[in-house]
Design a protein around this ligand. Structure first.
Ligand SMILES: [Mg+2]
Length: 387
């Protein structure tokens, strides 16, 4: 099936003041992302998503321009079912023939960052199309879902020690979550204040809810060690990005110093960076973002690395509906998948962009069974919020 049209949409959906939160990134005043729509010669269309950053905010115009000006001319006319060939062609560029001949990668120099995010968007849309054209959900194409539903963890937790208990209790009640994640790190000013907030959350939630902590990479190694020591008896499920993602050795040092599981991966892209992260023994839980790391094709390979290393796989999904759904399918089909991130900040691009709804019941979320990603994008919504 030939690709006839590739369109990119730079979305910016404002978040009402009453639903905004403040983190170390500032005020989450909008949710922004890049969407891709690929149309085939038979009229069928699929949707994908690529992201500038792992948070809510960021103008995605450059990804859209890259897709429309650089990628679209290359893949128009190609067979949409040859997903690996398209991925390799976009990654290797004009040297793809060398990659085919010699059996190893010849990436375009500096093929990282938004260029891989753009490939991610294309790749997710191709899997959506593959599923729609065969009438099968993406998870079936990946080997099938291992269960009908999987645990989801509620992701939020920005308020101070006197409010965090109420905030986390409210989250627990939204979907009867068994695991909740809260933010710590530089927003608190010290490891001691972060630990006091975790203690307050634990006091409010009681012993039965797992609390995970995410420092957004903002502690130093010694602050991270201090934090792990202070919360050692507070039932922390995992500690996410204790130090900057660029400091893989520092992360490995933190991991070696504590019994608390360390997680990371939302900043990394391609199987190569994840191989290095795993080989450095820096992580227990691997969190690739399908809209950043290279799409479904690349996340599947990263999940296989986790399986081989006996590490756990929990995709980062602070995204819109296409990447969120991609993460659900991937998690369900990987032997290492165990939980999925469910944003409890305002996220209109998960909930309002599509006709279906993702809901968490009794701490679990259903894996979509409709063809492709299993989502129906509301094109009027896309047009309304395209900038
Ligand atoms: Mg995170």
């Amino acid at each position: 099936m030939k690709i006839t049209k590739v369109e990119a949409f730079n979305l910016r959906v404002p978040i009402p003041k009453s639903q905004q939160h403040v983190s170390d990134f500032g005020v989450a005043s909008a949710f922004q992302t890049a969407l891709v729509k690929i149309t085939l010669e038979n009229g069928l269309s699929g949707w994908g998503e690529g992201r500038m950053s792992a948070g809510s905010i960021g103008n995605h115009q450059s990804i859209c321009q890259y897709i429309e000006n650089e990628i679209a001319p290359v893949i128009t006319g190609m067979d949409s079912r040859n997903i690996t060939l398209i991925w390799d062609t976009l990654y290797n560029g004009t040297r793809q023939h060398h990659a085919l001949k010699y059996g190893h990668v010849f990436p375009v120099m500096s093929r990282r960052g938004i260029t891989v995010s753009a490939i991610s968007a294309i790749d997710i849309a191709l899997w959506d199309l593959f599923g729609k054209s065969t009438g099968l959900p993406v998870h079936q194409l990946l080997g099938g879902k291992r269960a009908d539903s999987f645990p989801a963890y509620g992701s939020g937790g920005w308020t101070d020690a006197s409010h965090i208990g109420e905030e986390m209790s409210r989250y627990r009640d939204v979907g009867q979550f068994k695991t909740l994640k809260m933010r710590v790190g530089v927003q608190d000013g010290s490891a001691e204040i972060s630990a006091a907030r975790v203690a307050a959350a634990r006091k409010a939630l009681g012993p039965d809810i797992e609390i995970c902590c995410d420092a957004h990479g903002t502690f130093t190694v010694s602050q991270a060690k201090t934090f792990c020591h202070l919360v050692r008896d507070l039932g922390v499920g995992w500690f996410e990005e204790p130090v900057a993602a660029d400091d893989v050795r520092g992360m490995a040092e933190v991991r070696a110093s504590t019994h608390i599981a360390i997680s990371a991966g939302e900043s990394a892209s391609t199987r190569f960076e994840f191989r290095d992260l795993i080989e450095a023994r820096a992580v227990d839980i691997v969190q690739p973002d399908p809209a950043i790391c290279g799409g479904i094709t690349e996340t599947r390979k990263i999940a296989a690395l986790c399986e081989a290393a006996n590490l756990r796989f929990a995709p980062h999904l602070w995204t819109g509906a296409p990447a969120f759904s991609a993460g659900l399918h991937l998690l369900s089909a990987s032997s290492a998948g165990f939980t999925v991130e469910f944003s409890l900040g305002a996220n209109p691009l998960i909930h309002d962009l599509i006709e279906e709804s993702f809901t968490v019941v009794n701490g679990k979320i259903d894996i979509p069974d409709r063809p492709g990603l299993g989502i129906t994008v509301r094109e009027d919504y896309v047009r309304k919020y395209s900038v």
